[in-house]
Design a protein around this ligand. Structure first.
Ligand SMILES: Nc1ncnc2c1ncn2[C@@H]1O[C@H](COP(=O)(O)OP(=O)(O)OP(=O)(O)O)[C@@H](O)[C@H]1O
Length: 286
């Protein structure tokens, strides 16, 4: 794989909280234009990895390199979190919904573009009144917002308060809001949590269309295996802060170490799980 194909390279990442090694020498690569899923049992360290990538935590050790389409590289562990968003162009959503529920759906998407609009105003009242690039930029901000409302199947709800949307629609609005910042790398923390099956399908459609239309690379933490196996190009599995598997959804799904981790079996029983999986596979192939 050439360097151009890789958007994110995590090397020997470790994160210690007091005496607890939450992440231990963890390395993986995410390919440009792909959907990469980070999975693992509760407490495996997935959110900690996300927090290191997005600048909420500074890792104890390791390197996190983001390479943009232009070839520009950023060492994320050295950047303050606002620079990770603004300059490196990494956007994220959170496990719990963080919308402005009293604002309309459209307003939520315009607020996300506030920095860009203020810059176009030159930070002056005259600028805000339309002298200079502000008018053109605000027109573009509305176009971008409308585009992502269409993609998220929310255009008919543009003028409704965000708090009136169903849970699944609010999750899609959060993703649309992140996309309005035009990220190169989008990190989604459990986007399918709490969704019903039909909302999960709409989410899958949105994520696929982001991958196809915008070229944005996506990384997600997800417990819902129907979403992970359905839409991911690449799955990385963590257990107790260490990587135990890395590959295509099919590879990971059949990896005895992953099965053992999810079943919660002890290390000494992994061999037994491997033997069982192999005998089942033998049966299927017979
Ligand atoms: N700020 C913190 N201070 C101390 N310990 C922490 C902190 N954040 C996470 N941990 C610990 O690090 C380990 C990994 O937690 P993390 O939240 O990253 O796991 P996770 O895989 O995201 O779990 P879940 O699937 O339940 O969200 C856990 O043992 C957790 O208690």
């Amino acid at each position: 794989m050439s360097n151009d194909d890789i958007i994110l390279k995590v090397e020997h990442l470790s994160m210690k909280f007091g005496g607890l090694m939450a992440i231990n020498d963890f390395s993986f690569e995410a390919k440009r234009g792909e959907i990469t899923a980070l999975i693992g049992p509760n407490g495996a360290g997935k959110t900690t990895v996300f927090n290191c990538i997005t600048g909420f935590y500074k890792p104890t050790m390791g390197m996190i390199t983001l390479r943009q389409k232009s070839g520009k590289e950023y060492l994320l562990e050295r950047l303050p979190d606002h620079e990770i968003t603004k300059t490196a162009k990494v956007a994220r959503t959170f496990q719990n919904i963080r919308l402005f529920s009293g604002m309309t759906v459209l307003e939520n998407l315009l607020v996300a573009q506030h920095n860009k609009l203020m810059k176009a105003s030159g930070y002056t009242v005259l600028g805000l009144l339309g002298i200079g690039g502000y008018k053109a930029e605000s027109k573009r901000a509305i176009e971008i917002a409308e585009h992502w409302l269409e993609m998220a199947d929310l255009i008919d709800r543009a003028d409704d308060p965000a708090g009136d949307l169903s849970y699944g629609a609010q999750r899609r609005l959060e993703i649309a809001r992140a996309m309005c910042t035009e990220p190169e790398f989008l990190c989604l923390d459990e986007p399918a949590a709490g969704l019903n099956p039909s909302e999960s399908l709409t989410l899958n459609k949105l994520l696929r269309s982001i991958r196809a239309d915008s070229g944005t690379s996506i990384m997600l933490i997800e417990h819902d295996m129907s979403v992970v196996m359905e839409i991911s190009d690449h799955v990385v599995v963590l257990e107790y802060g260490r990587k135990i598997s890395d590959g295509t959804p099919d590879h990971v799904k059949n990896d005895p170490k992953v099965i053992a981790a999810y079943l919660g079996v002890e290390d000494e029983e992994v061999e037994e799980v491997i033997a069982t999986v192999e005998s089942l596979e033998g049966g299927e192939n017979a």
